[in-house]
Design a protein around this ligand. Structure first.
Ligand code: F6R
Length: 241
């Protein structure tokens, strides 16, 4: 595991964007595993700038997002599809039909999960999977539990996660109670994983995930089993490492 701690946000973003751009240079048809959340936003911004300057192209690439809320109306500003369109896809040359986000409004959610896994199986493995980490150690929406699920599945969101995400909704009651998420098995199949963490409030969980016991009670600790993980931390998140 290669862990880098950055003093300056610009360096954090340039390094993350640089890793994605070099993959696309060597493999234009790369399959990207993408995340929402606050940690990758600066990296997406940087990729937009690079794409608009002709320094990187996504024209042949495809992407699979980790997760999506269940039940938000189509076009809802807080849906992860809206987030990705607004923060990245609408501003780069990726073909929108090559971008995939689980459909949280599918009539049959179980069938949607199976369809997503079948697509990942057919078009994967993911070349580079971007991840963030929740305060409870979640990756995607794989919440701490006695056991974890390998494939894409519907999950009931923990109150801690709903409370953390309530800042994006008018009130806690408006935060969905369920989501679809790629499972830890699908995540760990990626050839390379880039974990992005920002903020002092994540220092404790970063330490637990990267140096503590490997346990389903901290899903991110499973990353210790993966042979090719790069971790980018800002100074706050890397304070205890
Ligand atoms: C987002 C996702 C989540 C976030 C995590 C960290 O698609 O799956 O696991 O990566 O909650 O979020 P931020 O980046 O806001 O700290």
């Amino acid at each position: 595991m290669n862990i880098y701690t950055f003093q300056h946000e610009a360096d954090f973003n340039a390094t993350g964007a640089g890793l994605i751009a070099s993959l696309l240079h060597t493999k234009p048809r790369a399959v990207l595993g993408l995340a929402t959340g606050s940690s990758p936003i600066g990296i997406y911004q940087r990729l937009i700038e690079m794409n608009q300057k002709g320094l990187v192209s996504f024209a042949k690439a495809s992407s699979y997002n980790l997760d999506e809320y269940v039940g938000l109306p189509e076009g809802h500003p807080e849906s992860y599809r809206s987030f990705m369109n607004e923060k990245l896809f609408n501003h780069i040359d990726i073909k929108i039909e090559n971008t995939h986000v689980p459909d949280g409004n599918a009539a049959d959610l179980e069938a949607e999960c199976q369809k997503y896994d079948a697509m990942l199986e057919a078009n994967g493995p993911v070349d580079l999977q971007i991840l963030g980490i929740g305060h409870n150690g979640h990756i995607g929406f794989n919440e701490p539990d006695e056991s974890l699920i390998g494939g894409t599945h519907v999950v009931k969101l923990q109150e801690k996660t709903r409370t953390a995400n309530a800042r994006f909704f008018p009130s806690l009651d408006d935060v969905p109670t369920q989501a679809i998420t790629m499972g830890v098995g699908s995540i760990l199949k990626a050839k390379q994983i880039m974990l992005l963490v920002r903020g002092e409030d994540k220092a404790e969980i970063v330490k637990r995930a990267l140096t503590g016991p490997i346990t389903s009670q901290c899903p991110a600790s499973l990353l210790q089993c993966h042979p090719n993980v790069v971790v980018l931390l800002d100074q706050g998140a890397g304070r205890l490492i």
